[in-house]
Design a protein around this ligand. Sequence first.
Ligand code: HDE
Length: 711
Amino acid sequence: MAKKTTATAQRTTTDTVTIHDAKLQRGQGGELHQTADDGDAAVLTTAQGGPVADDQNSMRVGPRGPLVVDDFHFREKIFHFDHERIPERVVHARGYGAHGFFETYASLAAYTKADLFQRPGERTPAFVRFSTVAGNKGSADLARDVRGFAVKLYTQEGNWDLVGNNIPVFFIQDAIKFPDLIHAAKQEPDRAFPQAQTAHDTFWDFISLTPESMNMVMWIMSDRTIPRSFRFMEGFGVHTFRFVNAKDESTFVKFHWKPKLGLQSVAWNEAVKINGADPDFHRRDLWQAIQSGNYPEWELQVQLFDQDFADGFDFDVLDPTKIIPEEILKPQPVGRLVLDRMPDNFFAETEQVAFMTQNVPPGIDFSNDPLLQGRNFSYLDTQLKRLGSPNFTHLPINAPKCPFAHFQQDGHMAMRNPVGRANYQPNSFNEGPRESPMRGHRSYAVEEQGTKARLRPESFADHYSQARQFYISQTPPEQRHIAAALTFELSKVETPVIRERMVSHLLNIDETLAATVAQKLGFQSMPKPADAAVPTRQDLEPSPALSIVVKGPKRFEGRKLGILVTDGVDAKLLKGIMAAIETESAVYELIAPKVGGVTASDGSWVEAHHMIDGGPSVLFDAVVLLTSTEAIDDLVMEATARDFVADAFQHCKFIGYDSSAVKLLEKAGIADALDEGVIMLPGEDGIAGFVSELGKLRVWGREPSVKLGKA
Ligand code: HDE
């Protein structure tokens, strides 16, 4: 007898089974169906709209026979599934986006006619996508990498895309080098690894042969490339742009986004562990913040300058490997960006959003930065490749939110089709839109002349002075992290000459830095400094604005406290801490030895967010250990609990603890090393005093003793 393998045969007990809130019922032939016949769900249909009777079983000949070709529902379902993926972005593949708005503070009419900057208080809808550059779509969030900070502003005069990064300079001075840079940074082509890492030969080979990247090297080896959250990063337009006003006068402008909650990064050792504990750490952080109403906010600041300033400045303002230090040209706040809504659908919005540097409204124009000009060429191409049709602007996320009218027509997947007879202009039928010389985008009428040639200007030749300036502007822990990052990255480079070449560049930046890295790499002798077209300037003043620590937060606001609790936890103390954290506009999560929660000293049940394994201390900005005399002996036996404390300590975090947790400090091996950041609770200044201390975020003075990142 043939084996009975149908769903009918497998399910013999009940007639109705609830699965994911839908009902499975038996059809006439006894088959099980998910059914909407009771009226509480929409009827499942094919893409053609035909109601589907059975979505659980494909059509076949007999219970164990072959499938039949006329099962159009099966064919359509599988066909569509097979085509679900689109090519990932060639760079910035992994990203996460959110909706929000930009609000103008005051009219900038004197500088620009850009409509969004005319009326104080006006709000312009915005969509922002944050990204890493090198990793593939599924890579981990805490890769050491530049972060993309791409902003689409749906202005009343067309979309403006400010496609920036969290670092204000770039690796190269000419867009023609971009494919080489990216090939070198991504996985090596023969072995297809390493993923989302620059710590490999080809990257450092290219970099060491490209001295113009040295300023960027200092930035990427700093903690800027391991941000704690998208919410605590700066964003930069990088290039010099132009504002153009109604009188057609131009002012140069550089754009900066400043996070309201201050800057913050993680430690490298922490980043490595976060990638294992929660590869979606940055996504989850943004999701949780927005879903809980803690809307991240940035201020848009602009550096405005004229040709005279540009002529007198130490470096060429068209060179994207240089900044204009904020101390020399103060950025002016002009508005704020608030992210207050997550997309309804990741693919439709975050994946399909198409940013293009050439999307500028009237009043915003380009400079001759060769990188910017090259980008203006590239971004349109890449959207066609990725989205597959010139009609990608028909997708809601890419469509302007202002009225628009043009004669572009047809093509794959055209969703908006012109009506009427005249699909051209001029026409005699008075149909369709006409151009508007008064309102339309006009480029600044700059006079250009020169000899056509492939060349690099002399004014782009100084590759080391600003790299040095960046390095000397960092606080001691930040300088240590740069040395440690260089050491780590170069330790993964197998070809000795590449390491040597890098150290020879470092000699032109800072001798102590070069010596530290060389010593850690085990060099027997120092290489000669790299040949430099222009000697490094020693006279550039440090720019404190370049330090993350200096620009850190004043409060714990927006950060997350991890509270490790056990049965018998002091209910009053716990409640006090939770209330104080809420008052600080911060959040907390509870971590317990077991899934579920614990019973507090007053007998109440305390629900935990994580068991210790799933909530290591790297996921938090500070931690508190609240246990009890009954539970502590079991707790100290847990390796994960000891790691929780030891990691928090070595990552220089603040640790609050109650008297019963002393044993855990001992077992974690830190009881002898307690400092001002390890605080017995409720503490001399009470819980409020403890929470106020947390605003300092890290006890950097501890770092040399724990040797975290000490090169
Ligand atoms: Fe991009 N870049 N880029 N880039 N870039 C892309 O466009 C390119 C550069 C940046 O979230 C691509 O839609 C060239 C600098 C961001 O969707 C592509 C050059 C800066 C994003 C492209 C650069 C950026 C991209 C790939 C050298 C900071 C992600 C997918 C001249 C100011 C946008 C895409 C998003 C994406 C080309 C250099 C930022 C291929 C040729 C400098 C944030 O068009």
